[in-house]
Design a protein around this ligand. Structure first.
Ligand code: KIV
Length: 272
């Protein structure tokens, strides 16, 4: 089913830049645990993001803000144990890099050392430039994240499309260029107009991976639980659901309850 142009035994940050140069789109999905990561990696997804969206989908928080560095390290180490091919990018959680560049470096080092992740991702533009530089100087690859940056949700007030106005679009373009110049190996653009995202992708040599940013970018990322239809309250326009696991799983659990109640399970072949 894959339409990959080159067979990568192991995806690295260099492979992603090469994919962009070869006009091969990059596939990226989230994972937070061993079992899911094994399936995602085995299916040939290029990049697995251990996103701070774990705060929402794994822990049930309303925002990504509460998840801690220790919790991100726990999720990332579970993912790392499962994978053979994908590049593993781990989100630096809210509060672990915003205060000063030294703290940002300490947090990134903890992620790399304690989880075995391959790169970190952090949100923001020029406000976090010094932190990015410090992390890069330590030899840790950094992925940027612009547009809708959920860690700043209380500043924005809503999860609506970003950079529709000229001024915000201009800042986003400047930040994207700054991230490339600083040495980021890739950039996530979340929920921005497709035309703007295409323009940014065309102006950079590093890959731009979009979520709700149209198809003019160099790759796509979705939250795995959303694309599998395990979550069903969240329905943004950009989300394509590949399964309806919420219904499938509910049916399976209901059938199990009925089988236990009716003593249909376990049957003669299912016991010792
Ligand atoms: O945490 C996450 O899952 C993300 C993606 C939405 C890009 O940052």
């Amino acid at each position: 089913m894959s339409t990959a142009k080159k067979d990568y035994k192991r995806v690295t940050v260099k492979s992603l830049v090469e994919m962009k140069a070869n006009q091969e789109k990059i596939s990226m999905l989230t994972a937070y645990d061993y079992t899911m990561a094994k399936i995602v990696d085995g299916a040939g997804v290029d990049v697995i993001l251990v996103g701070d969206s774990a705060s929402n989908v794994m822990a049930g928080h309303e925002t990504t803000l509460p998840i801690t560095l220790d919790q991100m390290i726990y999720h990332a180490s579970s993912v790392i144990r499962a994978i053979h091919r994908a590049l593993i990018v781990v989100d630096l959680p809210f509060g672990s890099y915003q205060s000063d560049p030294k703290e940002a470096l300490r947090s990134a080092i903890r992620i790399m050392k304690e989880s075995g992740g391959h790169a970190v991702k952090l949100e923001g533009g020029k406000e976090v430039k010094e932190s990015i530089k410090r992390i890069l100087n330590a030899g840790i690859p950094v992925m940027g994240h612009l547009g809708l940056t959920p860690q700043s949700i209380y500043k924005f007030g809503t999860y609506t499309v970003r950079a529709k106005e000229e001024e915000e679009a201009k800042k986003l373009k400047e930040d994207a260029l700054m991230l490339e110049k600083a040495g980021c190996f890739a950039l996530v653009l979340e929920k921005v107009p497709a035309k703007l995202a295409k323009e940014v992708a065309e102006s950079l040599t590093i890959p731009v991976i979009g979520i709700g940013a149209g198809n003019g970018v160099d790759g796509q990322v979705l939250v795995t639980h959303d694309m599998l239809g395990m979550t069903h309250e969240f329905n943004p326009r950009f989300l394509r659901r590949y399964l309806d696991l919420y219904t499938e799983m509910t049916n399976a659990f209901q059938k199990y309850v009925a089988d236990v109640k009716s003593v249909d399970f376990p049957n003669d072949n299912e016991q010792y």
